[in-house]
Design a protein around this ligand. Structure first.
Ligand code: SF4
Length: 359
């Protein structure tokens, strides 16, 4: 039996040729990844149940009295060890700034106490754009809040209206400005494929998000979850989710635009877990990898067009950092034919950058 060979030549094999263009991966350097200590507040503070949302299924938690959540957090923080790399505390799953007073203040004050002792590194929360008040943000910042993730979903008035979000694009822009003016980090969540959303509107959303240069962008394609109003709309034929392939393409373009603006992107899509019944929509367990692979392919194609014409007899090779093999080729090397269609043979190497070579 002959030994199995990697489908790609390794750098130890004779490379020949010469490098025409060397370029880095288009993603900006990732900020230091800290462990996140999540505190789920399913639907707490939400003025409505949004058409697509089932926080209880998404977070695996059921709504509980805030007093109980606070008590549990207090006990958990008291036992948190002091480490060289303290975690970041994140309040997720509801509309944090719209919790009834004095809960936003109480939660942040509790966590802020552990910031001061070095057991936490940062505190973040997620909220709706129409639940942002400058005076409250200033108060929460003074207590230790660092970053506010806004569930923007879209800047597009038509999509926001069709999705019954209850605010328009102007409210989103004002909320982003308020977060910034309070001296807080800004996170922007976008949801391509909302009812009334179009690929063009999503492209405009991404351009707007990139122009705002948030500290973080999160992309969640819209899925139809059992038990939501969107499920009823979908069953009645009033909503058609985006196809997976079109969504991956849209996400790839979004990644490239956000990365070009220096905006880091968080894990993509919903984490699938028990109890989450997805009826329809662009779901895939490796959605992020698919989109990143497609983004890299587009980036390589753009670099290729920037080259002077190689001699007709030249064989073009893409030197690919070994660590990017999985991302570039995708599952079962699905993207290999696309690189071949660009006229590129692939070769792994141990350099940090990519390179286009002729031989
Ligand atoms: S999308 Fe946000 S505001 Fe709407 S119900 Fe879900 S958590 Fe609440």
């Amino acid at each position: 039996m002959s030994p199995r060979r990697s489908p790609l030549p390794s750098p130890s094999e004779p490379s020949g040729g010469h490098i025409l263009l060397r370029f880095p991966h288009p993603e900006p350097p990732r900020p230091t990844r800290r462990k996140i200590l999540p505190v789920f507040l399913p639907f707490a503070g939400c003025p409505q149940r949004c058409i697509f949302c089932d926080q209880a299924a998404q977070t695996g938690q059921t709504p509980q009295p805030l007093e109980d959540i606070h008590a549990r957090l207090e006990a958990q923080l008291a036992e948190l060890p002091a480490t060289a790399d303290p975690p970041e505390l994140a309040f997720y799953g509801g509309t944090f700034t719209a919790l009834p007073a004095p809960w936003p203040r109480r939660f942040v004050a509790l966590a802020g106490h552990h910031l001061a002792s070095g057991r936490l590194s940062r505190i973040r929360c997620s909220t709706r754009p129409d639940a942002v008040d400058p005076a409250q943000l200033a108060e929460l910042k003074a207590l230790g809040l660092s970053l506010v993730e806004l569930g923007v979903q879209s800047f597009d008035d038509a999509a926001l209206l069709a999705s019954r979000r209850g605010y328009g694009g102007a409210t989103v822009l004002a909320a982003c400005a308020a977060v910034r003016e309070a001296g807080l980090g800004l996170g922007i969540q976008l949801m391509p494929g909302l009812p009334g959303h179009t690929p063009e509107a999503f492209r405009a959303d991404v351009a707007q998000a990139a122009a705002l240069r948030p500290e973080l962008a999160r992309l969640y394609p819209c899925l139809v979850l059992e038990g939501t109003p969107l499920a009823a709309l979908w069953r009645a034929g009033g909503y058609a989710p985006w196809e997976l392939e079109a969504t991956v393409d849209a996400l790839a373009l979004a990644l490239l635009e956000l990365w070009a603006a220096g905006v880091p992107t968080a894990r993509m899509g919903l984490a699938e877990q028990e109890g989450l019944a997805i009826l329809a929509g662009p779901r895939h367990p490796a959605l992020g990898q698919l989109a990143r692979g497609r983004a890299l392919l587009r980036h390589v194609a753009a670099q290729l067009t920037a080259l002077p014409e190689p001699a007709p007899s030249s064989k073009m090779i893409l030197n690919l950092p070994r660590r990017l093999q999985g991302e570039a080729l995708g599952q079962k090397n699905a993207l290999a034919p696309e690189y071949a269609a660009l006229g590129l043979a692939l070769r792994l190497w141990d350099e940090p950058d990519l390179a286009l070579c002729a031989e």
